[in-house]
Design a protein around this ligand. Structure first.
Ligand SMILES: [Mg+2]
Length: 269
């Protein structure tokens, strides 16, 4: 495939690893990129953990990574809100966990508790494994009262080692139903994370490849951003699914795994 590749954006789950297990060839693929001097960055809809956590996990799996090469939806949410508030003080009612809390704490942010009567400036919805009815009430009331409604992603399911768990989209749907409002969704398929990546590495979109396992998030984001897209079949999309792909979601490349992708790209052997 003859294009001048300068930056590869890679999804994590289903592309690099499954749970805690490295997908075969992912480490070699990244080694090849390093050897060829091609930049790479990981782009994940995840919000549970910090970027440092993913940096350590990737290095432990044999994939050389610095923190600047990890862009999570939690980090992107921080960047998005930062651009809005600048250095003003603001309040957040958060449905979410520590990864996101730590990112937002870098700003002049005060977190509102579920039983507070104070209306938050932002209601931020992420994966919250300790969600309760009082939290849903607070989020509903604040959104109805005019809080900015932000969702880190809208994924229906959250992939885990042995299958799936309900994802952030489940909470988003509940709040949409209650409030009749639409959130701003930061994560994939929004192009925001890809823009962070291309700005950081100062590359033109013609030189970027987005690699993912999910059509309606990874591939759709890449298409919306106008970059080249590659689907790998090591995650949620199966061989049978390929025959049913709509024109809108058709990736430029379909590869069995990252090693086959390296061959298609002419990077290997
Ligand atoms: Mg994935």
């Amino acid at each position: 495939m003859g294009f001048d590749l300068k930056l590869v954006c890679l999804d994590l789950d289903g592309v690099i690893y499954r749970g805690d297990v490295l997908i075969k060839g992912a480490d070699l693929f990244v080694k090849i990129l390093r050897k060829k001097g091609i930049e790479y960055v990981f782009v994940s809809n995840s919000t549970l953990f910090s970027r440092l956590y993913y940096t350590k996990k990737l290095n432990r799996l044999g994939i050389h990574t610095t923190r600047d090469q990890v862009i999570t939806a939690a980090y992107a949410t921080y960047k998005y809100i930062e651009a809005e508030v600048k250095d003003r003080e603001f309040t957040v009612f958060l449905l979410g966990e520590n990864g996101l809390k730590r990112e937002l704490s870098k700003l002049k942010c005060r977190f509102i508790s579920p039983n507070s009567t104070e209306r938050s400036d932002y209601v931020v919805v992420a994966l919250d494994r300790k969600i309760t009815y009082p939290k849903l009430c607070k989020a509903t009331w604040d959104i109805m009262d005019g809080s900015r409604f932000i969702a880190v992603n809208n994924d229906a399911l959250w992939p885990v080692e042995n299958g799936f768990m309900p994802g952030v989209g489940v909470f988003v749907s509940a709040l949409k139903t209650a409030t009749n409002r639409e959130p701003y969704v930061v994560g994939k398929p929004n192009t925001f994370m890809l823009e962070i990546a291309t700005n950081r590495f100062k590359v033109n979109r013609n030189n970027v490849l987005m690699v993912g396992d999910k059509l309606d998030s990874d591939i759709l984001m890449g298409k919306r951003a106008g970059v080249k897209t590659a689907l790998v079949l090591t995650g949620v999309t199966s061989q049978e699914d390929i025959n049913k792909i709509s024109e809108e979601l058709k990736p430029d490349i379909i590869a069995k795994d990252l090693m086959e992708l390296a061959e298609i790209l002419g990077l290997y052997p």
